[in-house]
Design a protein around this ligand. Sequence first.
Ligand code: UDP
Length: 236
Amino acid sequence: MAKFNRILLKLSGESLAGEQGFGIDTQRLNEYAQQIKEIHEMGVQIGIVIGGGNIFRGLQGAGKGFDRVKGDQMGMCATVINSLALSSALGAIGVKSRVLTAIRMEPIGDFYNKWKALRIMERNEIVIMGAGTGNPYFSTDTGSTLRGIEIEADVMLKGTRVDGVYTADPEKDPTATKFDDISYDEVLQRGLKVMDTTAIAMAKDNDLPIYVFNMDKVGNLKKVLEGENLGTFVHA
Ligand code: UDP
C-alpha cells in the first residue's frame, strides 16, 4: 500500500540537465521516467509539474537584458519542452501520460483545467502540467503548489538534487544539518531556500504538505511512497 493515494510530483528542470549542466540529459530523463513507472505500478495517482531552469529562467534572462515578461514566457515554454520530453520517455517504457498546458498551444497539449487533469488520473494515466501557472513573475514551485492544491493531492513531492531541507545550502556550507520535519512558518522565518515565498505561503494557506527529497538518487521516489523517511516534511 502506497503512503499517498494522489501526489503532485515537482521535478526540477535544472536536475534534468544532469552532468552536462544544460538542456536535457537523456540518462537523467530515463531515470526519472523509470522511477515514476515504479510508483505508478503501486497504484498512485500522479500529477507532475516540471521546471524549465535547464533551458531558460526569466529572472536570469532579465539580468542579461531580456524583457522580464518575455523571458518568463520563454521559461514557461521551456517547461513545456521538458513536459514533452518526460511524456515521451514515459511512453517509451509503456506508461501512458498526457500533457496539459496553462497556455493554449494545442495540439502540443490540451488546455489545462482541473477536471481534465482528474479525468486523466482516473483513467490511470499520468498528467503532466506544463507552462507553470501561465503567468509571468511566478515560478514552477508556485505552479506546482497551485496544481497540487487544485487536483487535491495528498502531498507535493518536491524532487531535488539535495536530500531535504538544511539549515544552510549543503552544497556551500559543509556544517549544514538536515531537518526531518519543519513548519511552513519556520521555513519563512529562517528564509530557507526550499521554494520561493509565494509557493510556501500558498501551500501554508491551503494546507498542502510538502516533502522535499533527493530525486536524483535512483529508487528514492519509490522509497518515499513506501513510507521511508529520507527527506524533509514541510507542514503546518
Ligand atoms: N515561469 C513563469 N511562470 C510560471 C512558471 C514558470 O514565468 O508560472 C518561468 C520563469 O521564468 C521561470 C521559468 O519559467 O524561471 C522556469 O521555471 P523554474 O525556474 O521554476 O524552473 P526550475 O527551477 O524548476 O528548473
